[in-house]
Design a protein around this ligand. Structure first.
Ligand code: CA
Length: 230
């Protein structure tokens, strides 16, 4: 059972999603605008996953996502959009959303994405005792607390970014094709396209590279994917 927040101004869609998530045994809180969501979160409410509609009255879902991410890297965020433009997808992911779904969606697909995100959020929470930390050069990945350190400085990562780093750490100096990263991080049955990998790599570089435009650690292999080196 997970705590799920729905931010959706279309009542029929909001109610439909709420009913289905409750039938899947989740605790659901539903609001119809971003301001109410912020009031709840600032008031200390904890959510495992938030479903954020993009087109909302007042503050839109993109700004809401950005606002949540400023204070909370661990909450799972799925953006819900009525449009299917690539622009929206990239924008959502670059402000820190973990996933993206386009209306109209089938309820089974939405439930599958929520479950898959919950699995990703929980993964690594119980690593073997002998393997609680992965080290790579000046970087240390704490698998138990899911935190990255660079030269002992903590770097906040989203759950997706953390999973990408874990994949890199386990495959040092290995060229990883983008599809393999997608599969390794998002799971085998993920429907998204490989651009989601590039967007997250861009965000990771800003966080961990000295000069993100000239990356030394996450190296691009043109027409193929990425390699981790230290
Ligand atoms: Ca809307």
């Amino acid at each position: 059972m997970a705590e799920i927040l729905i931010v959706e101004d279309e009542l029929s869609i909001g109610e439909f999603v709420e009913i289905n998530l409750k039938m899947a045994h989740h605790n659901v809180t539903r609001v119809t605008n971003a301001e109410d969501a912020i009031t709840l979160i600032n008031g200390g409410r904890q959510f495992d996953v938030a479903l954020l509609d993009i087109m909302l009255p007042g503050m839109n879902g993109i700004y809401l996502c950005e606002h949540i991410r400023k204070h909370n890297e661990s909450m799972g965020i799925i953006m819900v959009s009525a449009k299917s433009q690539e622009y929206d997808k990239v924008t959502c992911l670059s402000v820190g959303a973990d996933d993206y779904i386009t209306k109209p969606f089938g309820i089974q697909e939405l439930l599958a994405r929520v479950e898959s995100l919950l699995r990703r959020l929980n993964r690594g929470s119980t690593p073997a005792a002998s393997e609680e930390v992965l080290q790579s050069g000046p970087f240390v990945l704490d698998l138990k607390s899911r935190v990255l350190y660079k030269n002992k400085q903590m770097i906040d990562l989203t759950s997706v970014e953390f999973s990408i780093m874990e994949l890199f750490f386990r495959n040092k100096d290995t060229a990883l094709v983008r599809e393999k990263i997608l599969e390794g991080v998002w799971g085998e049955n993920y429907y998204g396209d490989v651009k989601i990998v590039d967007v997250n790599i861009r965000r990771l570089r800003i966080k961990i590279e000295e000069d993100p435009s000239n990356p030394q650690h996450i190296v691009t292999i043109w027409g193929y994917g990425y390699r981790w080196s230290v």
